[in-house]
Structure formats: C-alpha cells, structure tokens
Design a protein around this ligand. Structure first.
Ligand code: PMP
Length: 407
C-alpha cells in the first residue's frame, strides 16, 4: 500500500531474484545490511570505469571529475538530512567511525575527570563502547537512561540524569534490536535546556523515514551507507558547523592539512579536517546514487509501506503459538524482535535459512539491552522497501516448520 509499487521496486534489486537452498530468497535482514538497487551498483561501476582518480589534489581532468563526483555526493547527503550546509557533512566509514570520531575529538576536548556521559539502555555497542573507552581514559562516568518492559525509554527522570557534569547525551533514533522509535526531538529539547549537546545514532532511522537535522536540532547525527541501500565502507557524520569548527582533528595525514612543517601543521577547514587520507570516493558516489534512488521512489511512500508492513508482521507473528515479541513500545520501525518458547534463536534462524528465509539471530550488538529483557538473544526480522506481505507469510510458514521440528 501507500503508493509504493513493490514489484517494481523489487525488480530494481538484482540480488533478490535468486533462490537460496532451492527456495526464493526472502531477505528479512536489512537492519544488518540492506540490499543495493542496480542504480547504486551502476554508479560505482561507472565511477571506476570512467572517472577514477584521487580527489582534491590533481589538476588533471579525471581528478577534477572524481572530486566533483565526491563533492556532489556530499551535497546530496546534506539535502537528504536537511542540513544547512554541505560543510557539515563528514564522510566516514560508517556509524561506528562517526561516533568514534565525535568521541575522540569533541569528547576528548570537552570531557574530563568527574564529568558524565549520558547514553541509553537501547544503544548499539557502537554507541556504548567508544564512550566507555573515553570515560576510562579520562576518568569520566558513563550513565544511562533506562528502558521499560515495553522497550520505551523512561524519560521521567531525564532532568535528574542531566547533571551539571553531563557533557554529552548520545542516543539512538531507532533501536536496531527492538525497533523502538525514540522521541529524540523531545530529548534534544530537554537536554539543550540543560546545556547538553546531543549525538543521534541514525543507523536505523534514515532508512525508514525522512530526517531533518535542523528541525531535530541535534548536534551530531550518524548513519551508515550500507543500511541505506548504498555501499559498505562509507558513512556520514553530520555535525553542526560551530561544533566541527571547534573540534581538533581525528586522524592525521594527507588532505586534512593546509601546510605541514616538521614543527607545526596547519589544519584544513571543515569538513576536510576530519577526512585524512584517500576517501572512499566510489562509496560516496554509490551513497549519492542510493539517496537519488530513494528520492525517486519517494520517502513518504517508503515510510507508509514500512509502517504498514511492520504492523502486518507483528499481527502475523503474534498468531504463531509460542512466539513472544520483545519491545512493544509506543512507536516502532523496521524490525520485529522475538523469541520462541523453549527454542534457541540460533536454531530458529538455521531452520528458517533452510526455507530460504534470512533473519538475524543473536544479541544484535546490544548486550546490555538484552540483559534488561532477561534474554541472551532474539530472532530479528527486519524489513525494507522491497519486502512484501508474502515475505512475512514465508517467515510465518517457516516458524510453523520450526515448531514441527521441535514438537
Ligand atoms: N548503531 C545502530 C543502531 C546500528 O544498527 C548499527 C549497525 N548494526 C550501528 C550503530 C553500527 O553501524 P556500522 O556497523 O555500519 O558502523
């Protein structure tokens, strides 16, 4: 529904038309990594076939073309996030590197002994471990906003958690493990009222609905290209210009400098200050193509489709005896996480694979969250614009097979 022609969309993704174990592939693992439309594959191939050269250095034609393609991708990302300027877009390897960059630059500059970093119980390890490392290094304290049994953050005590020592709040927009949509705009407003800047982990949000960093007023926003139907190895850190300009460099090397002598280096302006070395130009070009593709399909149509399909999947799974869905918070997006009575998630995943159904099983890089729910692992089905009700039906049939095997 929602005006999305899913059959047409599916035809754009060549990988989906294959069989796995003699069955049509049912890909329900897009939260781990999404598939790529032909337009993205072609853009990468076109870059290497026609335009490949290093960027920002050469005066020759190919280098100029590669630089133009790289910077055009940056502009596409800026428009996609509704950022004020493409100078606020830093290309990185992915969400993980984006967060590590903020931790090692903004964090190192602003967080010291006795200070506090506030995260939440919903975070992916990528938004826990880098902060933990910094806190250990500088003697700061890591605190977290708790989660309730439904998978919603408990925000009643937020003002008590935001103390005069809180230097940053880092929060996911959508939980990769439960699908919880976090009311980040409200959280940002309340954090800013206490003078606390906010980093948003957008790895699971940009793929399902439109994001406006100016409207959110977030200080940093991070996402990965490979979950947005773009290539692996490229990702984005958005940062407000005033923050980026005040931050020391991340890695040192070529391209991030204005001039170097043995005694002193003058650093380049933002965002180049944070992009040492040869970047993944083809990756950025592919990400730009993915953003163009999503624009053509229509972000609103995608959001509606994703919402309706998730609701359908939740209903269908609830009807399977022995299935318990984790995380039934106020608003969910993209993923449904569940366990089956007395059956290990790994066994569920293995039997589903025999039916051609790809799901993720495990702790989803969110072990502290799993501990909150008293489980070690779940089965996670995650959906994207190319998934159909038939995919969900195949999952449900597979779960009945699982029940037969373990009966
Ligand atoms: N945060 C969230 C919410 C995620 O889902 C992921 C990927 N599973 C990451 C961070 C890390 O992304 P990447 O591995 O692409 O750096």
């Amino acid at each position: 529904g929602g005006g999305l022609d899913v059959a047409k969309v599916r035809a754009d993704f060549p990988i989906l038309s294959q069989e796995v174990r003699g069955r049509p592939l049912v890909y329900l693992d897009s939260a781990a990594s999404a598939q790529k439309p032909q337009a993205v594959i072609d853009a990468i191939s076109h870059f290497y076939t026609h335009d490949n050269a290093n960027v920002h250095r050469g005066v020759h034609t190919l280098s100029e073309r590669a630089t133009a393609a790289f910077e055009a991708a940056r502009e596409k990302v800026a428009r996609f996030l509704h950022a004020k300027s493409d100078k606020e877009i830093v290309f990185v390897r992915g969400t993980t590197e984006a967060i590590n960059l903020v931790v090692q630059t903004f964090g190192r500059k602003n967080i010291g002994p006795g200070d506090e970093v506030l995260i939440t119980a919903l975070e992916h390890h990528a938004n826990i471990v880098p902060w933990q490392m910094l806190c250990e290094q500088v003697g700061a304290k890591l605190k977290q906003i708790p989660v309730d049994t439904r998978g919603d953050l408990v925000l009643d005590g937020l003002e008590e958690l935001l103390t005069p020592r809180t230097r940053i709040l880092a929060v996911t927009h959508v939980s990769n493990a439960l699908g919880t949509v976090v009311p980040v705009k409200e959280i940002i407003r309340r954090a800013h009222a206490r003078g606390v800047p906010v980093l948003v982990d957008g790895a699971q949000s940009v793929t399902h609905f439109s994001v406006d960093v100016v409207d959110l007023d977030c200080d940093f926003y991070a996402f990965s290209g490979h979950k947005l139907f773009g290539p692996m190895g490229i990702g984005v850190l958005y940062g407000k210009k005033e923050h980026l300009e005040s931050m020391p460099p991340y890695q040192g090397g070529g391209d991030m400098i204005l001039s170097v002598t043995l005694e002193k280096t003058l650093y380049n302006r933002v965002p180049y200050r944070f992009e040492a070395g040869t970047p993944d130009v083809a990756g950025a070009v592919g990400l730009g193509a993915a953003i163009d593709y999503l624009g053509q399909v229509g972000l609103d149509a995608i959001a509606t489709h994703d919402r309706e399909l998730l609701a359908y999947a939740e209903q269908a799974l609830k009807a399977v005896p022995g299935v318990r869905i984790l995380g039934q918070g106020r608003e969910r997006s993209g993923v449904v996480s569940f366990i089956m009575e007395d059956i290990h998630p790994h066994d569920v995943g293995t039997i589903l694979d025999r039916e051609g159904v790809a799901v993720r099983t495990g702790h989803h890089c969110a072990q502290p969250l799993m501990q909150c729910f008293g489980v070690a692992a779940t089965v996670r089905a995650s959906m994207a614009l190319y998934n159909t009700r038939e995919d969900v039906d195949a999952l449900v049939r597979g779960l009945h097979k699982v029940r037969e095997v373990f009966a």
